[in-house]
Design a protein around this ligand. Structure first.
Ligand code: SAM
Length: 466
């Protein structure tokens, strides 16, 4: 066996599974880890993406928009990745977000969101309506979170960097849905990342169980009546899994535990691993020897009552001159919607020279540490508006008239993503000069500026990754 597993972990797993099944569990460490991608159905349908990609995908049977691929496919190098058409995620990690019902218009919180594996899934399902608050306590991890939210083209996200206790002060009984993908001992990831096994100790697991207990009570308090909470970890540790849910049920007895849409490989929670409460059977654990995924745990809970719907944001006005410049740009490029949201009614505001499209929900963000509220659209420069990279990525296919549509086999795509100037034939673009949206097979990648036959590259240096 290639993996070195901590002894105390092995003996606890043997106790949990029994001798015979423990052997099967150990054998799972000899098979390769799973690779998966989740389709951004806000930008492309699963059918279209499977036709578009030059490598084969196999449907993950328990996640609607989830697929697995062979390691050598390297989907991170395909330009469709830079267009935000999918997120790379191990199959089990797709499960939590797929098991909480999301209705466009909901106010949704992802409490521990970085780098965005669950938040991008939740945001896509909101379809630009309602609000996604994507929070993480770590400032550096928040930057990766923001990048992924921008890649996905989510227009209604507030990306915050706060300890959950502070969030709870701002948002008492505010959210319709909350995902708490808690910091955990990561036992389920030992096959994927061996370094996690090296760092593991029973004490760490105990400490994290305390953190999880405080986080889950805060989550329950931020839920409005009728709201739902999805708790998840990537560990097998009973103390962190059933133990945390049992603690919530003891301390917030009004909370109800819900059934989770089943799949044949899911294992039920074990009451005896918590406090004996038989409702814990409704939790789900994913074992790598019982299905094709790494270890995970999830539980869906509900606060009784009826969820009232939220309010809409009033239209914020730009300064007159700024409004004129933005309007000129929109007219020149033929843009009237961003991510399905009409710009006639959307709240747009300027802070200094920066212009933002706000989420469609009225929110007082004063005092909250946040990286982004909505979409950063671009900058007001002397006498002109310069669109941003997140603006390009928030546009859906066909939302911009001024486009250069490149086939994925066109060698200019790679050159564009490297920041080079491109040569363009007159019949390739609908405009003769000015701002042009560069697309791969119609899906936006970024901006360029056409001057005669040359397309000046506006793909920002910080986004270039090839
Ligand atoms: N949900 C993310 C995803 O799917 O990409 C993964 C989240 S990861 C399992 C847990 C996150 O919790 C980390 O990003 C970490 O920064 C954050 N975290 C650690 N300690 C925390 C605490 N005390 N309160 C809130 N978040 C914490």
């Amino acid at each position: 066996m290639n993996h070195h597993l901590p002894e105390a972990f092995c003996s606890r797993m043997k106790q949990m599974l029994g001798e015979k099944e423990y052997e099967q569990f150990l054998q799972s460490y000899d098979s390769p880890r799973e690779f998966g991608l989740r389709v951004n159905t806000e930008k492309i349908s699963c059918e279209e993406l499977t036709h578009l990609l030059p490598f084969s995908l196999t449907k993950i049977p328990w996640v609607d928009n989830g697929y697995s691929y062979k390691e050598e496919a390297r989907p991170g190098r395909n330009p469709c990745y830079q267009a935000g058409l999918y997120y790379l995620q191990e199959p089990s990690a797709m499960t939590p977000a797929s098991r909480i019902p999301i209705t466009p218009g909901d106010y949704v919180l992802d409490m521990c969101a970085a780098p965005g594996g669950k938040a991008t899934a939740l945001g896509a399902r909101l379809k630009g309506q309602g609000l996604l608050v994507a929070n993480d306590i770590s400032a550096s991890r928040c930057r990766a979170l923001l990048r992924n939210i921008e890649l996905f083209g989510i227009t209604n996200a507030l990306v915050t960097n706060e300890p959950p206790l502070r969030l709870a002060e701002y948002f008492p009984e505010f959210f319709h849905k909350i995902v708490l993908d808690a910091p955990c001992s990561g036992e389920g990831m030992f096959r994927k990342e061996e370094s996690m096994a090296a760092d593991w100790t029973p004490e760490k697991s105990r400490e994290l169980a305390q953190v999880q207990r405080s986080l889950i009570l805060l989550a329950a308090d931020m839920l409005r009546p009728g709201g739902m909470l999805l708790y998840s970890t990537c560990t097998f540790a009973p103390e962190e899994d059933e133990g945390t849910i049992a603690y919530l049920l003891e301390n917030r007895p009004e909370m109800e535990i819900m059934d989770i849409t089943p799949y044949e490989g899911f294992s039920p929670g074990v009451p005896a691993w918590g406090n004996g409460d038989t409702r814990l059977e409704k939790c789900v654990r994913i074992f790598p020897h019982r299905m094709n995924g790494e270890g995970h745990f999830l539980s869906l809970l509900r606060k009784p009552g009826t969820a009232a719907s939220g309010s809409c944001a009033p239209r914020v006005r730009l300064p007159k001159e700024g409004e004129k410049l933005v309007k000129e740009f929109l007219k020149e490029t033929g843009i009237s919607c961003i991510g399905g949201r009409s710009l006639n009614t959307a709240p747009i505001e300027a802070r200094g020279e920066k212009v933002y499209l706000l989420p469609p929900v009225s929110l007082n963000v004063r005092g909250i540490t946040f990286l982004r509220n909505g979409v950063y659209l671009g900058d007001l420069k002397k006498g002109r508006f310069e669109p941003s990279q997140p603006f390009a990525l928030a546009l859906r296919r066909d939302e911009c008239r001024a486009v250069l549509c490149l086939k994925q086999t066109d060698e200019r795509i790679l050159r564009y993503l490297k920041g080079e100037t491109l040569t363009v034939e007159p019949e390739e673009t609908s405009v003769r000069k000015g701002w042009v949206l560069v697309t791969v097979e119609g899906y936006p990648l970024g901006w360029g500026k056409l001057v005669k036959a040359a397309l000046k590259n506006k793909y920002p240096p910080g986004w270039r990754c090839v």
